[in-house]
Design a protein around this ligand. Structure first.
Ligand SMILES: *Cc1c(COP(=O)(O)O)cnc(C)c1O
Length: 384
């Protein structure tokens, strides 16, 4: 392994975060202390929702949303195959079935136009059966790479077919659609705080919702099924230990207080790349349709149609050899080995597969310098 001169991502930790964490370590309340509700209040206020329930990862947040909506074995949830795997795994956790729909090649989000009427692919079902059936309980859409999905259309479809909506906004803290914040479009949404996200708590996540029942269930299930006013050894329902410690929350509080500054820094880095790459032959850059505000998560470019997957992999390898962190964001979920058991196979979602073969995520983080961007761009250009 070559030592990376420029990592793919890096957290932005200042002295204020370090002090906040150390301060908690000097108290007896390392978990379930005052930092948890303080962090939750900051998130709820920023997003503009009634409830925020912090948990130990974005994956845990998704799992609790699925459980709180009562999605069970045999139920189906319509979702995207072009995402981080957790957005479909959370459906499998409950032995429900993810029913994938291909993506829109321009936004990379779930293609809403094919949800209500597309014949189902593979899975051994008749082509006359539609994606939305009597088994369908919910649509789980992802605000991929920080771009909100087409929520007005998703809301229409959900209303028409009586479905619940789940928003995986783990990559979209600060994103907006028609001036409305990501995280407010569905029955419940979640954010994640792994170190490559817009803000970090080391590990962590949060559920946001206006629904009192979902909030109550998530709060109880993250803490072993306990009730707010019940005893430590009284368990109302099956729950988990998905708690987020006060150490993590203290880190998150400082990061949330810096959110405006953080998003400005990320916009600046994305703008530096856009400026240098906009006229480069062979590349397609991410665009943001009118009415959307993308909160940058990763900086991904897409090679044009003439390039093959092995061309892309070669470019990744050559960039890495120069010490430049880069990656193939994302590999389609339906092609991961354990999804084959559900009947999915290569060719099922051609738009997703075609794009996934050609993506390159370049180094992207708050403190990436202009010099580093120049270095990455000058390494990339001759490889095209
Ligand atoms: C990061 C992410 C998650 C959650 O990730 P964790 O590592 O569990 O915090 C979920 N969905 C998407 C789309 C993500 O990018």
């Amino acid at each position: 392994m070559v030592e990376l001169k420029i990592p793919l991502s890096a957290p932005d930790i200042t002295e204020a975060e370090i002090k906040a964490v150390v301060d908690v370590l000097k108290t007896p309340q390392l978990s379930l202390g005052p930092k948890l509700p303080e962090f939750e209040r900051l998130i709820a206020k920023y997003i503009g929702v009634k409830h925020a329930i912090a948990v130990n990862s974005g994956t845990s947040a998704l799992h609790l949303i699925v459980r709180s909506l009562g999605i069970l074995e045999g139920d189906e949830v319509v979702t995207t195959p072009f995402s981080f795997i957790a957005s479909a795994n959370c459906i499998l956790f409950e032995r429900a079935k993810p029913v994938f729909v291909d993506i829109d090649p321009n936004t990379l989000n779930i293609d809403v136009s094919s949800i209500p009427s597309t014949p189902r692919l593979s899975s051994g079902l008749r082509a006359s059966q539609h994606l939305v059936s009597s088994k369908t309980k919910a649509i789980l859409a992802v605000d991929l790479f920080g771009l909100p999905a087409d929520w007005p259309k998703l809301q229409q479809i959900a209303k028409k077919h009586n479905l619940r909506l789940i928003e995986d906004s783990c990559e979209a803290l600060g994103s907006e659609l028609n001036s409305q914040k990501a995280g407010t479009f569905a029955d419940a949404a979640c954010f994640a705080f792994y170190p490559n996200k817009q803000i970090t708590t080391g590990e962590g996540g949060v559920i946001v919702t206006d629904d009192d029942e979902i909030a109550g269930l998530c709060r109880s299930m993250r803490n072993q099924g306990r009730q707010d006013n019940g005893g430590w050894l009284q368990h109302q329902r099956l729950g988990y230990n998905y708690r987020l410690s006060d150490i993590n929350c203290a880190l998150g509080i400082v990061q949330m207080k810096r959110i405006t500054e953080i998003l400005v820094k990320r916009d600046k880095v994305a703008a530096m790349y856009n400026e240098r790459l906009k006229d480069v032959q062979g590349l397609k850059l991410l665009s943001s349709p009118s009415g959307t505000r993308r909160s940058w998560f990763v900086y991904v470019v897409i090679l044009e149609d003439g390039y093959s997957q092995s061309d892309r992999d070669n470019i990744l390898q050559k960039l890495q050899a120069k010490g430049i962190g880069c990656s193939d964001y994302f590999s389609p979920i339906h092609l991961q080995p354990f999804y084959a058991a559900l009947g999915y196979k290569k060719g099922d979602f051609p738009v997703t597969e075609k794009i996934a073969q050609r993506t390159i995520a370049l180094p992207f983080f708050n403190n990436l310098t202009e010099k580093q961007v120049d270095f990455v761009v000058s390494a990339l250009k001759p490889l095209l």
